[in-house]
Design a protein around this ligand. Structure first.
Ligand code: BES
Ligand code: MN
Ligand code: ZN
Length: 499
């Protein structure tokens, strides 16, 4: 779908959406159109008693007289005071999907609502951003979509008073949307297409945007000593990789970076502690943490963020085989700490442990954030609307929580604490990779904490947020790309130097 911006006015073809405020009140541009249509919009509103301009409502007026439009869509805006950036994005997402159901060319008129603190240009840019995110589809493997189910929209023109300002504001948002789309694509792909090598290739494709990418293969990882990561990979025929992505956008390349670390288990069968077959197919998404890191690096590079950021992703496949690690194996991590592997399905923490050590020691980051579909238990605790965060730093937690609220990628802080250490202490090694009876997510986080030293750190457990089982305005069913917007916003609000 092509997105563009232009001045307000009534187009000579296609569909057109205009806003309606609560009480069925037409916005000024809608009123102009109504005049051209000799009052047909007002009559349509009266004829549809359920439509009163509330948020999310839409009313179709087909083949409007006095114009050459195919249809006018009256879009309920809801209370102006509630029309924040996210609300404009949602409207954009909802409209994109509505237009996709038959319109090839469409336009929408965006006006600042009286009493809202979002101006017209920002509203227009956010609407376009929402349309881009909400119009996402993963159709690659559907070769037989019936004609009436295929998306139709080719061009969406966002019309607003200061089109140039909207276009300028959209440029950065477009880069973020590209990052989200990339993450969604990677997570949607099945395990036979995305495995460690191909996921590394996806990261490598960011070189065209100026990201420096290093791909470390098995021999390198062995020499470095990333044995807990290698232990997970040893049951698979796919070679494991650790990929390092560096974006140096700060004024000095010497400025210490912000680090993102991602779990990239391209398929998690559980290994010898094999998962039940029902639902196992979902475990193609177990690389969503690393997809979010790739997407975030794509966003930062795409908008030339003034920050030094490094992304480190640990890419492995967790499979059972004669070469696979066994329950009871004891492995020495890069940090020197030993781990008794009681359950080969608790593999994410083994991968992350070495990646966190490596990132901390090599890059001395100002802060380190890791993303991982780490535990089913976080879904039991928080469901699908918040990611769980665990942190050794109150300020960083607060910054991340605020970023999540602003972007609609919410997080909820969970506890860490010495009391939980006894859950992961092992009688035969420094620790074991599973916890006790309850608090599985906390045990996993407490395990990771043993590898971060005193670097300000947050672990984001995205097991519940990486995949959506319901269509939402800007997040269609399927891979969400969760984390890209969150990390981008954290950087934009706290870690970018001014020009
Ligand atoms: N990738 C899974 C976590 C997961 C499970 C994500 C379900 C989304 C839905 C992880 O590797 C895993 O298997 N964790 C185990 C840990 C247990 C063996 C201690 C879990 O959560 O059951
Ligand atoms: Mn697992
Ligand atoms: Zn896993």
């Amino acid at each position: 779908m092509k997105l563009s911006f232009s001045a307000p006015g009534i187009p000579t073809q296609g569909a057109l959406a205009v806003g309606v405020l609560p009480g069925g009140k037409l916005t000024p541009e809608a009123a102009k159109l109504d005049k051209r249509m000799r009052g047909a919009l007002r009559r349509a509103i009266h004829a549809a008693p359920r439509f009163n301009g509330e948020k999310g409502q839409m009313l179709d007026v087909p083949a409007p007289a006095g114009t050459r439009l195919s249809r006018v869509i009256l879009a309920g805006l809801g209370k102006p005071a509630d029309l924040n950036k996210l609300a404009w994005e949602e409207l954009g997402g909802n409209l994109a999907r509505r237009f996709d159901d038959g319109d090839r060319i469409a336009a929408v008129v965006v006006e600042a609502a009286p009493g809202s603190d979002v101006d017209a240009a920002t509203a227009a840019a956010r609407l376009a951003y929402g349309a881009s995110l909400g119009g996402y589809r993963f159709d690659r493997y559907r070769t037989k979509i019936p004609k009436d189910k295929k998306p139709t929209l080719r061009s969406l023109v966002v019309r607003c008073a200061d089109a140039a300002a909207a276009r300028a504001e959209f440029r950065d948002l477009d880069a973020v949307a590209a990052g989200v789309r990339l993450a969604r694509d990677l997570v949607s792909e099945p395990g036979n297409v995305i495995y460690p090598r191909t996921l590394a290739n996806a990261a490598q494709s960011l070189e065209s945007l100026g990201v420096k990418v290093e791909v470390l293969g098995r021999a390198r990882l062995e020499r470095i000593g990333m044995r807990t990561l290698l232990a997970v990979a040893q049951g698979s025929d796919h070679e494991p990789y650790v990929v390092v992505m560096r974006w140096n956008g700060a004024s000095s390349a010497k400025e210490r970076p912000l680090a993102f670390v991602g779990k990239g288990v391209t398929f998690d069968s559980g290994g010898l502690s094999i998962k039940p077959s029902s639902g196992m197919e979902e475990m193609k998404f177990d690389m969503a943490g690393s997809a979010a890191v790739i997407g975030a690096m794509r966003a930062l590079a795409g908008r030339k963020a003034r920050v030094n950021a490094v992304g480190v992703i640990g890419l492995v496949e967790n499979m059972p085989s004669a070469k696979a690690q066994r329950p009871g194996d004891i492995v020495t991590s890069l940090s020197g700490q030993t781990v008794e592997v009681l359950n080969t399905d608790a593999e994410g923490r083994l991968v992350l442990a070495d990646c966190l050590t490596y990132t901390k020691d090599r890059f001395k980051p100002v802060a380190m954030l890791n993303l991982a579909t780490l535990t089913g238990a976080i879904i039991a605790a928080l469901g699908y609307h918040h990611a769980g965060i665990f942190s050794n730093d109150d300020r960083l937690s607060k910054e991340l929580t605020d970023a999540g609220e602003a972007e609609g990628e919410r997080v909820w802080r969970m506890p860490l604490g010495k009391e939980y250490d006894s859950d992961i202490d092992s009688p035969i090694a420094d620790m074991k990779n599973t916890g006790g009876k309850g608090a599985g997510s906390i045990a996993a986080a407490q395990f990771l904490k043993r590898f971060v030293g005193d670097v300000p750190w947050v672990h984001i457990d995205i097991a519940g947020t990486a995949w959506s089982y319901k269509d939402k305005a800007t997040v269609p069913k399927g891979a969400t790309g969760y984390g890209v917007r969150l990390l981008n916003r954290l950087v934009a609000d706290h870690y970018e130097s001014a020009d």
